[in-house]
Design a protein around this ligand. Sequence first.
Ligand SMILES: Nc1ncnc2c1ncn2[C@@H]1O[C@H](COP(=O)(O)OP(=O)(O)OP(=O)(O)O)[C@@H](O)[C@H]1O
Length: 257
Amino acid sequence: MNQQTSQSGGEPIVRLSKLNKSFGTLHVLKDIDLSVTPGEVVVIIGASGSGKSTLIRCINGLEEFQQGELEVDGNPLKPHGKATKALQKIRTEVGMVFQQFNLFPHLSVLDNVTLAPMKVRGWSREDATETAERLLERVGISDQAAKFPTQLSGGQQQRVALARALAMEPRLMLFDEPTSALDPEMIGEVLDAMRELANEGMTMLIVTHEMGFAREVADRVIFIHKGEIAEEGPPETIFDSPQAEPTRNFLSRVLKH
Ligand SMILES: Nc1ncnc2c1ncn2[C@@H]1O[C@H](COP(=O)(O)OP(=O)(O)OP(=O)(O)O)[C@@H](O)[C@H]1O
């Protein structure tokens, strides 16, 4: 749970209204309304194929949508919007951590983290390196800075991906199943780094199948069913007394394991 609640609130960083997204004839997101306020940690849960990744990817402008409104930190994205100024701004203000770590294999850990601040923000190598070293220290892998991604474990690579996203000083962090490609013993180290970030007041929107983590860290849990928000609320309500039948069915399936 976010401990810096005094920082929470204010104008939403993310605002979606009646957002609709289809792939051809497949209607994947249906009239999604969602606001995320500064400092809030929102966890999205739902069955495979329910539209969670697509939602996250729309917010980052990686997928275009067909109808509705979407605004990230005051930057409006239009339906079918492609290379707009707002989209460029969103890309620089939103950090994203994917299921696959997506590191640049030919660059060292340090260079993976310094690249975007130098290229996109125009920082000097010295400033970018100083920031990168601090972030690598923070996620517990400063001793790996000179290595290449393939020399690292999955958990270490994902922590580099987190440091790389944070190096751009994002206003919002999006996570799309950041631990599902990891061996079980490495999941904890990535969740620990995310937990710390949440405690520091970062605004986070997280898709995960880690229900224990969701319960502990989320300010709000959203359950998506077949492209619609079926239910949302504080974690204790969603997990202990879900109201909607699809939520109950889903949780009874996943919590059994
Ligand atoms: N690029 C695409 N082209 C066509 N269909 C797609 C594309 N991306 C996703 N889909 C379809 O959209 C639906 C929602 O997919 P999405 O990946 O958003 O679900 P999800 O809830 O994130 O699932 P999972 O938990 O398995 O990752 C699925 O039916 C999927 O097959």
